[in-house]
Ligand binder design. Structure first.
Ligand code: ATP
Length: 307
C-alpha cells in the first residue's frame, strides 16, 4: 500500500506538484498517467527519498521510505533504466544488487530468466544494451528482493509490443499475488493495457483517479455514437430535447447517454442500425482532462493559438 498525502514541491518559483494525494492498493496495478512534465517522476523520486518534498508525506506500508530497513526487500524501484552502470554486465548489476540485499546468487539466475535476458545477453555490458533490454534489467533489479511494492517510472519505454504484453503479464501476476504496483507513463495505450487503477496528473495536479473501468464508463456515458435509417429526423428529435448533435461517420455523435438516444428514437419510431457509447475511451478522457495542461495545445500553429 502506498499512501500519498498533500504532496507539494516547488523548484525555484515553479510549482511542480500541487497538493497531490492518492493511494495505491495491494493487488492492483495503478497507472500514473500524465503528459510530459506533469510531475510523475518528481512524485516517484519523493516516494523513495531522492528528492525532498516542500509539504506532504508519502508512506509505503505505513513507513517513510528512509525508515525501511533493507528497502530493496520491500520496495522495488525502477526510476531510470539508463542510469545503470554502463560498464558492468547485466549479470554484474544484478549480482551487486543481490549481495547488497543479502540474497543468494541463485536469485540472479531466477530473475534473468524471469525477464527473458539470455545468458549471453547477461554477459554483455549494459552500454551495449538496447533500451528495451535495459528496461528488462531494471525490472529484474526492482524484483530482485521479492518486494511487496513496485514503483516503476515509464517501465514500458523502449519495449516492443510483445515486450509490453510480457510486462503486463508479469505485473498482473505480481499484483494477483498481493503486490502493489505503481507505474507511470505518458502513453495512454500502455496504461490502458496494463493498469487496473488510474491516476491522471497534469501540471502537478491530480485530475482524476479511480478504477480504470469506472473512469472509462464515466467518459463513455457522456457521448453516444448512433446511426439510424433517418439521421436527419433523429438529429432534429435529439436537438429538440436539448442534446448537442454532430455528424460522425455514417451517423451522429450525441452528447448524452446511449439510453437517452434510444428512448428518443423509440418515441419517434426511428429505426436505429447502430447505437454505442461514444468517444475513443481513455484517450478522449485523457485529452479532455489534460486539455489545458497539454503543451501542444499552446504550440504555435495549433488550434487556439495565433499561427
Ligand atoms: N531538478 C529540477 N529542477 C527544476 N525543475 C525540475 C526539476 N525536476 C523536475 N522539474 C520540473 O518539474 C516538472 C515535473 O517534472 P517531472 O519530471 O516530474 O515530470 P514527468 O511527469 O515525469 O514528465 P515526463 O513524462 O516528461 O517524464 C517539469 O516542469 C520539470 O521541468
Amino acid at each position: 500500500m502506498i499512501s500519498v498525502r498533500g504532496l507539494t514541491k516547488t523548484y525555484g518559483g515553479f510549482l511542480a506538484l500541487d497538493d497531490v494525494s492518492f493511494d495505491c492498493q495491494p493487488g492492483r496495478v495503478t497507472g500514473f498517467l500524465g503528459p510530459n512534465g506533469a510531475g510523475k517522476t518528481t512524485t516517484m523520486r519523493i516516494m523513495v527519498d531522492l528528492t525532498p518534498a516542500d509539504r506532504g508525506e508519502i508512506r509505503i506500508g505505513g513507513h517513510r521510505y528512509h525508515q525501511i530497513p533493507n528497502p530493496g526487500r520491500h520496495v522495488g524501484v525502477l526510476l531510470d533504466a539508463s542510469a545503470q552502470h554502463a560498464g558492468r554486465t547485466g549479470r554484474e548489476v544484478l549480482t551487486i544488487g543481490a549481495q547488497t540485499m543479502g540474497l543468494p546468487a541463485s536469485r540472479v539466475d531466477e530473475l534473468l530468466e524471469m525477464v527473458s535476458l539470455s545468458p549471453e545477453e547477461a554477459r554483455r555490458r549494459v552500454r551495449n544494451y538496447s533500451l528495451g533490454m535495459r528496461q528488462r534489467l531494471g525490472i529484474a533489479h526492482a524484483l530482485l528482493g521479492d518486494p511487496s511494492v513496485l514503483v516503476l517510472d515509464e517501465p514500458a519505454n523502449g519495449l516492443d509490443p510483445a515486450g509490453i504484453r510480457w510486462m503486463r503479464g508479469l505485473l498482473k501476476g505480481y499484483a494477483e499475488r498481493g503486490g502493489t504496483v505503481l507505474l507511470s507513463s505518458h502513453l495512454l495505450n500502455e496504461v490502458e493495457l496494463i493498469a487496473d487503477e488510474m491516476i491522471l496528473i497534469g501540471r502537478g495536479r491530480i485530475l482524476a483517479q479511480g478504477d480504470k473501468k469506472t473512469l472509462l464508463a464515466g467518459a463513455d456515458h457522456r457521448a453516444t455514437l448512433v446511426t439510424s435509417l433517418d439521421n436527419d429526423a433523429l438529429a432534429r428529435v435529439l436537438e429538440a430535447k436539448g442534446h448537442q448533435v454532430a455528424p460522425a461517420g455514417d451517423g451522429l455523435r450525441v452528447e448524452t447517454a446511449p439510453v437517452e438516444v434510444g428512448r428518443a428514437a423509440a418515441e419517434h419510431a426511428i429505426v436505429l442500425t447502430d447505437l454505442r457509447a461514444g468517444g475513443a475511451g481513455l484517450e478522449d478522457l485523457f485529452l479532455e482532462l489534460t486539455s489545458d495542461t497539454q503543451r501542444d495545445a499552446l504550440a504555435p500553429g495549433t488550434e487556439g493559438a495565433p499561427a
